[in-house]
Design a protein around this ligand. Structure first.
Ligand code: UDP
Length: 237
């Protein structure tokens, strides 16, 4: 389907990210969902970014379903919100520091506060909102450079966050950069995740539309994703 995804579990993704941090070199982590797959088909820049990312995790039930169709049994979803929560939980032990960039003003600060309350000693070395104009771009990059995080979490939505990371990856001086979508809205408590039973039954998309009708555009990409996957030749055929 023009993009690639790594066959990783959450634990393997964590090990990989920790290894990336240890190298000090820039690494882009993409959390791939069905809407990004559909977007990448028509957006060559996004497609290139996904294909060149050092780690691409399976972020949605749709990705697991499509992989299974092609004979690859991905064990679990590895979503942006879970990666950030897990990095924060491990931070007091690993010493890995995070910078939270994105969402409306105040949201990243609230998310940082909640993570630090939940995991005392968790290192969050900076926050910023995702609604700055081109005139503030250099200032935002400089603030991140100064803070020297190990992991930069960019929550500006797909594909803006992926393109922002790709554009600034060499200037930021950050070993790991991850696009994490609506993660900060969830971690701040402003948005809720779907209840467990809805996640288990692959109905998280339905919960999102009910609680946030603006998500309808994203959900509308799902039928296209299914058509794209069905049209793809299976390896055995
Ligand atoms: N956002 C942002 N800057 C923008 C556009 C969006 O910081 O210019 C934020 C928005 O406030 C929200 C997140 O990006 O917190 C996008 O969340 P969504 O769940 O829509 O992400 P996606 O579904 O694309 O992963």
């Amino acid at each position: 389907m023009d993009v690639c995804v790594h066959e990783v579990t959450m634990a393997q993704a964590m090990d990989t990210i920790e290894r990336f941090v240890a190298t000090g070199e820039p690494h882009h982590v993409v959390t791939l969902d069905a809407s990004m797959c559909v977007g990448a088909r028509h957006d060559a820049e996004l497609r290139k970014i996904v294909c060149e990312a050092e780690l691409v995790t399976p972020d949605s039930a749709g990705i697991l379903w499509a992989a299974k169709r092609f004979g690859i049994r991905l064990q679990e979803r590895v979503s942006g919100v879970e990666i950030v929560a897990e990095l924060a939980a491990r931070s007091p032990r690993t010493g890995i520091s995070l910078y939270l960039l994105g969402a409306a003003p105040g949201v990243a600060e609230e998310a940082a506060h909640n993570l630090q309350q939940a995991h005392p000693g968790c290192r969050i070395v900076g926050t910023g909102d995702g609604y700055f104009g081109p005139d503030k771009e250099a200032q935002v990059v400089e603030a991140i450079r100064q803070a020297k995080p190990d992991v930069l979490c960019v929550a500006m939505g797909i594909p803006k966050q992926e393109k922002w990371i790709a554009h600034h990856r060499d200037a930021l001086g950050t070993p790991v950069m991850i696009g994490v979508g609506g993660t900060l809205d969830v971690l701040s408590g402003r948005a809720r995740r779907a209840p467990n039973w809805m996640r288990r039954t692959n109905l998280e998309w339905l919960y999102r539309v009910i609680t946030n009708p603006r998500k309808i555009g994203k959900v509308m990409t799902l039928p296209r994703f299914v058509v794209m996957a069905m049209a793809e030749r299976r390896p055995a055929e």
